[in-house]
Design a protein around this ligand. Structure first.
Ligand SMILES: [Zn+2]
Length: 305
């Protein structure tokens, strides 16, 4: 049997499907990005997954896939539904891909994959316990302990986005009373910026306005980072990580965001938990998800990290 050289990694999003071949060290050998076809239907999306994986499969020993929503750690199936994709309820993601591709497949939540990538090969390398926050339209989170994703009983651990923290304002579609995500996520930031009269098409516009001294933008970002700091503070109290990694598109805001978050987490968690805590930018950028998905496949195969 030829040596196993790489795994195929898929990072499925509402717009893009990122794919890569990943060495057991986490090194990215090939990287590609194609439309995920999630705007069409489930069949189109699954066809995109299978077709893209086949293109990288030669010489690969397995496939890892990161997907929005809760993915059951035992079955690799979607638990219930995800609003981000047109997949049916309880869609058996792992089994469908294994049947089509003929190799072992590992499936996990996309934020969990990003967290595994950063923990093993990125900004949290060397940490025992790390949390990786993926800031985009919403707030993704993954927890990794000693090189393994902490998944919970059916894959839902680490969902800090939808914690009921008594926040008032726009309701979230998740159904949790007082959910913080409408305040702490990028989508909510842009919506509130427009309501306050700012010409914002993305979160970067709000950060740019604040950098230019716009008081409305500054206040909105203060509210966002306080809500996010409260969510992260709860996770820090619960898990006592050494490192919190901040990634995702909104993390492009850089040091102004990180400094505000460090201050907010310090307000919402005990000094004993925060004093030695490092809150750092992601190192793998938009490739964290594929790196983690590839490493997940190596773990499923019993090799690599
Ligand atoms: Zn929510």
């Amino acid at each position: 049997m030829p040596a196993r050289t790489h795994t195929v990694a898929l990072d499925l999003g509402g717009t893009d499907l990122k794919a890569a071949s990943i060495a057991s060290s986490g090194e990215v050998r090939v990287f590609t990005r194609v439309p995920s076809r999630a705007g069409e239907d489930a069949d189109a999306l699954v066809a995109a997954l299978i077709g893209t994986a086949r293109g990288l499969l030669d010489g690969a020993s397995g496939v890892g896939v990161g997907c929005p929503g809760v993915i059951h750690p035992a079955s690799g199936a979607l638990v219930d539904r995800t609003v981000h994709l047109p997949l049916p309820t309880d869609f058996p993601l792992r089994d469908v891909l294994e049947r089509a591709l003929g190799v072992p497949v590992a499936a996990d939540n996309d934020a969990n994959c990003a967290a595994l990538g950063e923990h093993v090969a990125g900004a949290a390398k060397g940490a025992s316990v790390s949390i990786t926050i993926t800031l985009g339209t919403g707030v993704g989170c993954g927890i990794v302990v000693d090189g393994h994703v902490l998944r919970g009983a059916w894959g839902g651990a680490g969902e800090i986005a939808h914690m009921g923290l008594g926040r008032r304002g726009r309701a979230c579609g998740c159904g949790v009373e007082g959910c913080a995500e409408p305040l702490s996520g990028g989508e909510g930031l842009v919506l509130r910026a427009r309501e306050s009269g700012l010409d914002a098409t993305g979160a970067a516009d709000v950060f740019a306005a604040a950098a230019d001294g716009d008081a409305r933008a500054t206040q909105l970002i203060d509210e966002m980072t306080d809500a996010l700091g409260q969510q992260i503070g709860c996770a820090v109290q619960m898990l006592n990580p050494e490192v919190v990694v901040i990634g995702g598109g909104i993390a492009q805001a850089g040091e102004p965001l990180l400094a505000a978050l460090r201050a907010a987490v310090a307000r919402h968690a005990q000094r004993s938990h925060v004093r030695s805590l490092r809150i750092v930018p992601a190192a793998l950028g938009n490739r964290a998800g594929v790196v983690g998905a590839g490493l997940l496949a190596w773990q499923r195969l019993g090799g690599g990290t």
